[in-house]
Design a binder for this molecule. Structure first.
Ligand code: GUN
Length: 291
């Protein structure tokens, strides 16, 4: 069994981006610039935004954060999006989700210029992804594809079972892994809440992606000997034995599943660390006008 080390990979990619940024600065150009819009004070969103800002600093990108009050009107938020759309010094930006209930998420996402939508959430970018046209792939799926690629994991001809059909993880991954591409060329089964025999299907997977949002749902009996297991879950479990008062676990019961795997991503230290790096890679693509 080999661990897919998200921490090491994320650090390597950040070093590559830092080198590219330094070369731009040496050539007298400006650094890539990622902006983020945060509405309200949701603690998880604040923490995501802080880690994005820190990652930008580490690679030499410029970052700016627009912190807006939870009660902001849709009109005002739209004006800020339009401002960022038209700012030539901003290469890409994200609107952190979730948004307060009075703001229509789909309208807000659709307002972002597709060329600046480094989250890859705009319908145009999702359409391009489905068609296999180069575009921004959203952070978590991009992070997972990058992990498979950099570890040289063969996907062609494999049976990939994806557990969970969310718009930002399960559904895009099922499409990406079935594309005529490398990584890709998998036969994909997408399981969801209405799949009656999820456990049996999971046990047939060469590559199992657990993005179901339930702590330690995937047990050893659901995993084929030699499978590649990618754990997308991040759950904080109250734990008085820990200084922080909790421990972190994924969607996979790691201790019993890991011995059966050829490769597995740990939690923490796996997929989660790749997501911010993916956003940075998308920002570099935006800077280079690749999308
Ligand atoms: N909220 C949780 N994950 C994400 C993400 O990847 N992008 C945005 N914009 N909001 C999120």
């Amino acid at each position: 069994m080999q661990l897919i080390d998200g921490k090491k990979l994320a650090s390597e990619i950040k070093q590559e981006l830092a080198k590219q940024t330094a070369a731009l600065i040496d050539a007298g150009k400006r650094a890539p610039h990622l902006a983020a819009v945060l509405v309200g004070d949701d603690p998880a969103s604040q923490s995501y935004i802080n880690s994005k800002e820190k990652a930008c600093r580490e690679v030499g990108f410029t970052s700016s954060i627009y912190r807006l009050e939870a009660g902001i009107s849709e009109k005002k938020l739209t004006e800020i999006i339009d401002f960022l759309n038209n700012d030539d010094e901003v290469d890409g930006f994200i609107v952190q989700l979730p948004l307060p209930a009075h703001i229509p998420v789909d309208k807000v996402i659709s307002r972002i210029r597709p060329e600046k939508d480094v989250d890859g959430f705009h319908p145009v970018n999702i359409g391009k992804m489905v068609l296999g046209v180069p575009t921004y792939i959203s952070a978590t799926p991009f992070g997972i594809i990058t992990m498979l690629q950099r570890y040289g994991i063969e996907t062609e001809g494999k049976h990939c079972v994806v557990l969970g059909r969310s718009n930002i993880v399960g559904t895009p991954l099922s499409i990406l892994l079935s594309r005529k591409a490398n990584p890709g060329n998998c036969t994909v089964t997408l399981c969801h809440t209405r799949t009656p025999n999820m456990r049996e299907l999971a046990a047939t997977a060469d590559i199992l992606i657990a993005a179901i949002g339930q702590p330690e749902y995937v047990t050893a009996d659901m995993v084929k000997e030699g499978a590649v297991v990618v754990d997308v879950g991040i759950h904080r479990i109250p734990d008085e034995t820990k200084e922080k008062g909790y421990h972190t676990t994924g969607d996979v019961k790691f201790d019993e599943v890991a011995p059966k795997c050829s490769y597995i991503t740990p939690v923490p230290g796996g997929v989660g660390l790749m997501t911010v790096v993916s956003l940075l890679m998308n920002t570099m693509k935006a800077y280079n006008g690749e999308v």
